[in-house]
Design a protein around this ligand. Structure first.
Ligand SMILES: Cc1ncc(C[n+]2csc(CCOP(=O)(O)OP(=O)(O)O)c2C)c(N)n1
Ligand SMILES: [Mg+2]
Length: 1006
């Protein structure tokens, strides 16, 4: 006779592989001609038990099924080699065995207020199911850590290896379970502990309660471990294979064999690899509401339950590829709705823009939450407060994160601003821009720059703190610099250079959060980034900690931050967070979520599994706003206190107090009167030398002038006699030894400028500025008043040859918007250039300076430099102007000499042209007065001629690389000589005259 046995598998357990494996086992005993097996997904909430013969059910529901007469007791003994004797309890109701337990364990968390009431409830129930329903005002069961069989099997598989060694003894199970559960429960929450926690154990499922009193003064970790040790002694097995009560008698013995197959270790292993996961959170709304009055954690559970209306079992079912994700989510959801909100908000922001990077903000939401909620000190109403903690997103592509943080923390960034992410003129551009969005501390996006900036900020903090921390209890610079960065930043040279300097300087107030998600745009970091980051940082003198679950272990994150802050007096700190990019979205953990919107399906999935209403967009519940309120209240209070301290400092410290006030306000002292002035009778000097004199004239009065050179101090002439080196043992020095690290020097210089109370300068040979272009342009874009002292600015450096001779840097730098390149011609122009550079706090200034001597020229002036270009040798006003010679820096003196020699032949004017940037800011009238219409202009500059056609009709300059030779010979070789200027000048004038042509107008009409 042919029997047909229908097997109901939990939807989460049903898969083709599982069915195949069960069938394979079954065929060992039964012939297909006699018995056929068919499978249906079985859901105790939806499927009728009469339609199946055998099914798997969570033991929580077993007693209800017995009451409803839906399952049959198993007659006789049950045997299975893999069956764990003590787990039988979960399959029993009132002494009768109804099924065979699978390898499964569960743990419970209780909220309770009254020991004896709780005890009596616990003693009155017999099964976990009953217990789940027994919620009173003094006892509520929260069930956030349910393992289904597969979870456990998976965990076991991980612990013991997927082989035959499934646990066979109670002790072994206990130990494994304790280990697994300990790991998970320890992650459970950060706060709201006292009235939480207890585990079922003992005869009546539970015989031990830990009172709230006993929990006091005990760290959460210890409490959880204690509870777990108890819990592990008698784990509850929740997944049970049972017989339907409607099964026909003659099929019963075959069905029992099926039960045993389903519960065998072989099948458990297949399950482990092939299931979808499912989670239950049973609890009653009413009890939870009661509990929520006293527990913030319970409060969050209530909101979860409310979303599920009056159901007693909140059910999260999703085909989640990674079981860990679900576990982490559930845990975190119960604890921290805020993090879930942040993740979904990030997803929405990018989705609406239809552009952007969701992976990083979603992956870093947990750490961002912990850092901002508990630590960061910022004042939303005073975003530029100098005493605030700095927060940099060096992985600036993830800027949806900083925007939503600023919004939630109460900065002037509205929900509408979040909705206009990446749109024209919005406050939320595609990468964070300093000065554009309140609360953004640095322009980031070009990877590695934020890291460099942060080192500059930490130097500023360390220096100012060393100088102004001299009144007990008042330290206006007592804050941290926090940096988020990803894999990408750590591959950038600029970052490694800066990290080396941070370690060297022992910048203990600098804390990095590394988004160690092992993914970049191309795919896994395995492709190109396999160095041992921990060892790397340690070698650079950093302290390193690893957070193993950066996705959801808020406690682990918090502990790491605590440690980092504590140990931060000596070494900068790296917190390496193992995270999942795009956590809980469909393509989590892959490069697919790095840089494009999740897509509707994935976003809905993220919301569903995060417990955020899936139809809502830009959803921020009131309690999440409330959660973030703490940031602004803490920050505003700190700001007030800080203001008081600064006031008090000023009052007690006289002149030093005044200095503090001025540097905080960004006021410059009177330095202009100190600037050296020259006459034509003064000796010729290289402009790097006049720079040195100027620097040393102003440095004693401009006490927040701070900077140095990339190992070229004796050549750049940047040493300041009035100060000393900034070094770990004495941070009051203002001279920075950057080492041979040009790129990070500029990035650090930008950081010093971003910090706000420092006027920074950096220095190297002009040509090596090319190494730092990435940082130079970000500085200009960010409106940072960094001063570049760039010497050896042309072939005039001579013998070092073409490798060191800048040809291209002048045109290159002139093409960067908001960058003021000044190439002074002599001492007066150098002083004038310094005046502009020091006053220019929103625009970087590059001082292009010579190695070779130049004479002090007639009529050079500060005012002239301020105009950008001006007449230093006027023509004879009585006759028609024939020719203008113009140029910058060292070549101006050649023009002056040529003009003198042309006297009597041509009526010539010489225009010194130190700054295109400043000239272009002048009125058209002024510009026309310098370059009148119809007069031919010849320009002379020992750099590439590119661009000069805008201001001259004929150019003398470079079009090739230079040459290694004494500088005068190099100038001769390339025709940058007085003779050539005379020659060319005459030719140009002759060309226009003889052809009866009018030179084109150089000053734009429109
Ligand atoms: C200097 C620089 N080079 C390249 C890029 C383009 N880019 C943006 S993000 C990224 C990969 C970053 O990887 P990671 O930091 O690990 O970020 P995740 O994918 O983890 O968010 C690249 C190459 C850039 N922004 N800056
Ligand atoms: Mg990455």
């Amino acid at each position: 006779m042919v029997h047909q046995i229908t097997v109901g598998l939990l939807p989460t357990l049903a898969s083709a592989q599982v069915e195949k494996a069960i069938k394979r086992q079954f065929r060992k005993k039964y012939d297909e001609d006699d018995v056929t097996l068919s499978f249906v997904p079985f859901d105790v909430f939806q499927t009728s038990t009469s339609s199946v013969d055998v099914f798997v059910v969570d033991s929580l529901f077993l007693s209800d099924l017995v009451k409803q007469n839906k399952v049959s007791p198993l007659e006789g003994s049950v045997s299975s080699s893999d069956f764990l004797p003590h787990s039988l309890e979960a399959a029993q109701v009132e002494g009768k065995t109804y099924g065979i337990p699978q390898l499964v364990s569960a743990d419970y968390l209780f909220y309770y207020t009254d020991d004896s009431a709780a005890h009596s409830v616990v003693n009155s129930v017999k099964t976990s199911s009953e217990l789940a329903q027994q919620t009173t005002s003094s006892l509520a069961l929260f069930y956030p850590n349910v393992f289904n069989s597969t979870t456990l099997a998976l965990e076991y598989a991980k612990i013991i290896g997927l082989d035959k060694n499934l646990p066979t003894s109670l002790d072994q199970v206990n130990q494994d379970a304790v280990n697994v559960l300990r790991k998970i429960l320890n992650n459970a929450q950060i706060s709201g502990v006292n009235n939480l926690i207890i585990s079922p154990s003992g005869r009546n499922n539970m015989n031990l309660l830990v009172s709230a009193d006993r929990l006091q003064n005990t760290s959460l970790e210890n409490v959880n471990v204690k509870a777990l040790e108890t819990a592990g002694k008698r784990s509850i097995y929740v997944s049970v294979a049972v017989l339907s009560s409607s099964i026909a008698a003659e099929k019963a013995s075959i069905a029992k064999d099926v039960l045993q197959i389903i519960t065998s270790a072989e099948i458990a292993q297949v399950f482990a690899q092939n299931v979808q996961k499912e989670y239950f959170v049973p609890a009653r709304v009413s009890a939870a509401e009661e509990a929520s009055k006293q527990s913030s954690v319970a409060k969050q559970v209530v909101s979860l339950l409310q979303d599920a209306s009056s159901t007693q079992v909140v059910r999260l079912t999703e085909s989640i590829a990674n079981i860990k994700t679900a576990g982490k989510l559930l845990k975190q959801y119960v604890q921290r709705k805020a993090v879930a909100t942040m993740r979904c908000l990030a997803g929405d922001i990018v989705e609406k823009a239809n552009s952007g990077h969701p992976g990083m903000p979603i992956g870093m939401s947990a750490v961002a939450y912990v850092l901002w909620k508990y630590y960061i000190n910022v004042s939303p109403s005073n975003p530029h407060w100098i005493g605030r903690d700095r927060f940099l997103l060096s992985n600036g592509h993830g800027c949806a994160l900083i925007y939503l943080l600023l919004h939630l923390a109460g900065f002037n960034l509205t929900m509408d601003d979040l909705k206009s992410f990446r749109q024209l003129d919005s406050k939320t551009p595609g990468h964070p821009e300093f000065g554009h969005t309140p609360g953004v501390d640095a322009t980031t996006g070009p990877l590695g720059q934020g890291i460099g900036n942060s080192v500059g900020m930490a130097i500023a903090q360390a220096h100012l703190s060393a100088r102004f921390n001299d009144v007990e209890g008042l330290n206006p610079f007592d804050h941290y610099t926090y940096v988020f960065h990803g894999d990408g930043c750590l591959m950038e040279g600029v970052a490694l250079e800066a990290i080396a300097q941070a370690g060297h300087h022992k910048l203990g107030r600098l804390i990095f959060f590394y988004d160690d998600n092992q993914i970049t745009i191309d795919g896994e970091t395995e492709l190109a980034f396999t160095e041992d980051v921990t060892k790397l940082f340690e070698a650079y003198g950093w302290g390193v900690q690893t957070v193993h679950d950066g996705d959801s272990n808020l406690l682990e994150i918090r502990n790491a931050i605590e440690n980092a802050r504590k140990s931060s007096d000596s070494r900068p700190q790296l917190i390496r967070l193992k995270t999942t990019i795009g956590f809980a979205s469909l393509a989590q953990g892959t490069e697919k979520v790095h840089g494009s919107p999740l897509g509707e399906k994935s976003l809905v999935h993220l919301k569903k599994v995060s417990g955020i209403p899936e139809t809502e967009k830009f959803y921020v519940p009131e309690d999440v706003y409330a959660e973030f309120k703490q940031i602004s209240s803490r920050g505003e209070a700190k700001y007030q206190k800080w203001s008081q301290s600064v006031k008090q400092y000023q009052e007690t410290k006289g002149e030093k107090g005044q200095i503090l006030a001025s540097i905080i306000e960004g006021k410059l002292p009177d330095f202009a009167s100190k600037l050296p002035k020259y006459t034509v009778n003064d000796k010729p000097m290289a402009t790097r030398k006049t720079s040195q004199l100027t620097l040393n004239a102003v440095a004693p009065v401009v006490t927040n002038l701070m900077g140095g050179s990339a190992d070229l101090t004796p050549s750049n002439l940047t040493w300041m006699d009035c100060t000393k080196d900034f070094e770990p043992k004495d941070r009051t020095g203002r001279y920075l030894r950057f080492g041979v690290r040009e790129h990070s020097m500029v990035s650090i210089g930008n950081g010093l400028a971003l910090y706000g109370a420092i006027i920074p300068f950096v220095s190297t040979f002009l040509i090596f500025g090319g190494y730092a272009l990435g940082a130079i342009r970000v500085g200009a874009l960010s409106h940072l008043g960094l001063i570049y002292i760039m010497t050896h600015d042309s072939i005039g450096l001579g013998e070092d040859g073409p490798t060191h001779q800048s040809i291209e840097m002048l045109p290159l730098l002139r093409s960067i918007p908001n960058l003021n390149l000044i190439r002074p011609a002599d001492g007066n122009e150098t002083s004038g250039a310094y005046k502009i550079a020091l006053e220019s706090r929103q625009t970087p200034t590059v001082l292009s300076l010579s190695r070779q001597d130049v004479p002090q020229l007639p009529n050079t002036s500060f005012e002239g430099v301020e105009k950008g270009a001006y007449v230093i040798v006027p023509e004879n006003k009585d006759v028609k102007l024939d020719l203008i010679l113009t140029g910058s820096g060292t070549e101006v003196s050649l023009c002056v000499e040529a003009a003198a020699k042309l006297q009597g032949k041509l009526n010539v004017r010489v225009v010194s042209f130190p700054s295109w940037f400043l000239f272009e800011k002048q009125s058209q009238e002024y510009r026309r007065s310098v370059f009148p219409s119809g007069v031919p202009v010849v320009s002379v500059e020992a750099a590439h001629v590119r661009g000069w056609a805008q201001y001259s009709h004929s150019q003398i300059g470079m079009t090739t690389f230079g040459a290694s030779a004494p500088y005068k010979l190099a100038y001769q070789k390339f025709g940058i000589t007085v003779e050539n200027i005379i020659n060319k000048g005459q030719k140009v004038v002759e060309h226009y005259r003889s052809n009866n042509l009018v030179p084109h107008d150089l000053v734009a009409q429109l």
